[in-house]
Design a protein around this ligand. Structure first.
Ligand code: ARG
Ligand code: ZN
Length: 417
């Protein structure tokens, strides 16, 4: 026993650097049926050994938590002691990751022949950048690809600007990003599908580009994204080391607006670590600068995450509502009802703090408060598998459904401003 603990402490950083196999990790759905049980969950979520995938405020949704083998007895004992009911929805995360890898390899082999982006598997970062460059080459009058700068590990962070090619400058802008959290793979896929629609299916979508340009950053956190492909599937943060044993900052807690006030951790190993300082990460600096450079022109900032089917608007730092809550709600509702009537999928609409949880330092709050982008929405795409791991075959239905919602929100914004 002592041996195991000593080893754990000694090799903590090495284990982190080498990634995680998730052997024996379990995922639990926990029901909280009253205020007391919700409070129990909230306290458990402060324990960094428990990885809360989802901790909804609304009554009928269970919380979902991943727990490593050595903490499972404690975890279950606590739930039993306080009378919270739970089910184990994944008995061994390593197993489902292995299945995912196998399916992706199969899907890749089956489709990747024409050089076009495919929605049959999740794409690696290089393939995403290559797709952007390829579009710029194929559609030079309507597409511009720019490199904002480099991530901590020196990956090129590229935006694609999509226009209708009429040459007018200074149009209003819809700014979109995805992949600020590494493991939320369906989000960059969603952004790629929007790019595909606006560029390669232009004739159907020309009305979305008449008075607006779209600027899209499909992967805000490329280092983390690649790390989830190569080493540790459930990684969330950036990859800049913080201490000798802890790596990464939660990029969506790193923006300088009520930074660190609530829902963010000061512990550098924690999954929601707010960062050493606000904007400690090159990736959040680049996104900030992009927002500020479009301030005035940008009317709509949309950031794609997963999962949980939410359309969230500010504030994330307080339960109070912004002055323009009516507009925000109207746009988000338009997205939710378009999706509802196309596929029947339900999205929950509301302010982050009121329908999900309070968390300061998010990019959406910053967009509204500091970059003066009046409509800022965080869209949490659906869960697949045990949450972050939709099967490759689910990508296409998810991203087409998401596009229906995004299109409806864009149409609402365009009509409004
Ligand atoms: N799941 C997202 C996160 O934890 C929600 C962010 C909502 N926005 C906010 N400012 N809290 O980052
Ligand atoms: Zn996220």
């Amino acid at each position: 026993m002592f041996f195991k603990i000593a080893l754990g402490v000694l090799f903590c950083s090495i284990a982190l650097a080498a990634g995680e196999t998730y052997e024996g990790y379990k995922i639990y759905d926990v029901n909280a049926n009253n205020a007391f049980e919700k409070e129990v969950l909230l306290r458990l979520s402060a324990n960094d050994n428990y990885d809360f995938f989802d901790l909804p405020k609304i009554a009928d949704k269970p919380a979902r938590v991943m727990v490593q083998p050595e903490d499972q007895v404690d975890f279950e004992t606590t739930l039993n002691r306080f009378g919270l009911s739970y089910t184990v929805i994944n008995e061994n995360v390593a197993q489902s990751i292995a299945e995912e890898t196998e399916q992706m390899n199969y899907a890749r082999a089956a489709v990747d022949t024409n050089g076009r982006i495919s929605f049959a598997s999740f794409q690696r970062f290089d393939a995403i950048n290559a797709y952007l460059d390829e579009l710029a080459k194929a559609y030079p009058s309507r597409v511009i690809v720019k490199t904002l700068g480099k991530s901590y590990e020196k990956r090129d962070m590229k935006t694609i600007t999509i226009t209708n090619g009429d040459g007018k400058t200074n149009k209003k802008v819809i700014l979109m990003d995805a992949g600020i959290h590494a493991r939320e793979w369906i989000a960059p896929a969603g952004a790629l599908y929007v790019i595909h629609q606006l560029v390669e299916n232009y004739s159907q979508n020309a009305h979305l580009l008449k008075d607006y340009d779209w600027v899209i950053l499909p992967v805000v956190n490329p280092d983390g994204y690649e790390y989830t492909h190569t080493s540790s599937r459930m990684w969330r943060k950036t990859r800049q080391p913080v201490t000798s044993s802890c790596v990464g900052t939660d990029a969506n807690r790193n923006f300088d607006f009520h930074w660190g006030e609530v829902g963010a951790s000061s512990l550098s190993c924690a999954d929601t670590f707010k960062g050493k300082t606000a904007f400690s990460e090159p990736e959040t600096q680049l996104l900030r600068d992009l927002m500020l450079s479009l301030s005035g022109r940008a009317k709509f900032y949309l950031t794609l995450h997963s999962y949980g089917n939410y359309l969230l608007y500010p504030w994330g730092y307080t339960s109070a509502y912004p002055d323009n809550v009516k507009d925000l709600d109207e746009v988000a509702q338009a997205g939710a009802s378009a999706i509802r009537s196309s596929t029947g999928t339900r999205y929950t609409v509301g302010s982050s703090t009121n329908v999900l949880y309070a968390a300061a330092g998010g990019s959406d709050d910053y967009a509204l408060a500091k970059a003066n982008i009046p409509i800022a929405i965080c869209m949490e795409l659906p869960a697949g598998g045990s949450g972050f791991d939709p099967k490759p075959a689910q990508i296409e239905p998810f991203v087409t459904e998401t596009w229906t919602g995004i299109k409806a929100m864009a149409e609402k914004v365009i009509a409004k401003f």
